[in-house]
Design a protein. Sequence first.
Length: 421
Amino acid sequence: MPTITSISPTSGPANTVVTITGTGFVPIVTTVKFGNVATSFTVDSPTQITAIAPAYLSGTVLVTVTTSTGGTSNGVPFNYVAVPVLNSISPNQGPTSGGTTVTLTGTGLTGATAVNFGGTPATSFIVDTDTQITAVSPAGTGIVPVTVTGPGGTSGAVPFVYVVVPTITSISPTAGPPSGGNNVIITGTGFTGPLTVRFGTTAAIFTINSPTQITAIAPPGTGTVLVTVTGSGGTSNGLPYTYAAVPTLTGIAPSSGPVTGGTTVVLTGTGLTGATAVNFGATPATSFTVNSDNQITAVAPPGTGTVLVTVTTAGGTSNGVGYTYIAVPTLTAIVPSTGPVSGGTTVVLTGTGLTGATAVNFGATPAASFTVDSPTQITAVAPAGTGTVLVTVTTAGGTSNGVGYTYIAVPTLTAIVPSTG
């Protein structure tokens, strides 16, 4: 009688090649059965047979060998392992970067040895039950088949879609007025398909310029918010955008200067941080420095008349404060044009632009005193001096040309001849 001592492997799916080892596999093996089902086989030697596990069986069955003269052998158990079956995957999409946790449902999942997304293994997976596996998607693109491999074989596939999640690398400008309405350029990747752009929680109107650029119109808001782009694959990272208050100006000192420009002025106010422009009328300041949120130092450009000085920031343009350009004074005459070296002579200076005179000089020496009579006349008292000097007038507009004033020495007598008569 034939005897089976072992089989290998002892378990597997249908069509597994099983090696049967034993004795008495002579003279003729007539049948090899798995349970009650006969299968195909090859007699390798009197002690070995190779058989194919037949289909349509499940559970544990006994493998037997029957010969023509010896009868039927003892039975050795072979366990049919089911091929895993997948019914669904949830969620069925995720970003190309991977990292999505999905739930696979089906049957025969116990003992799973691999979960694959296309040709790429899952980042990790856990067999929860015979009907459920939790897996983490690897990085990938497009639509891929997800399969489970176990002792019974590899399952059929369920599709998983890799979708693009937008990313933002920069926004410009990074600040704007609380009223909104300014254009903001958003640069990044994955700007395709239906999108939503938000400033904080507020949706914005926008135009997709390309897969890497969006032009959005900032909605009204306050404070600092995150700008995000949401697509079919999810929501991007957020970059900060600040709603800046409109700047205000409360003062300028000095409030006047020469038409040639060059005067350094100090502007005071609020919301001056981040100033992008300081203008004297329509003319930009020669230069400016933001000292604090409340102060800017600027250099006046050339100009004429009275102009409004404004400051522009991301929040908008401030109110204007007046700055007056003062013409350089001119002198046309001095009467009298001579006087004693001891000084004290009252002279009348005539010319233009004399209002606001801050100094009258006889050469390098200040006048003993002076009075501005009108924009065209100043009365001054000559100081002591010698020779001929140039008399000048200084105002906020600068220093005038000079007109000559001559100091005349007091005559002296040294003798009288004849001394009698």
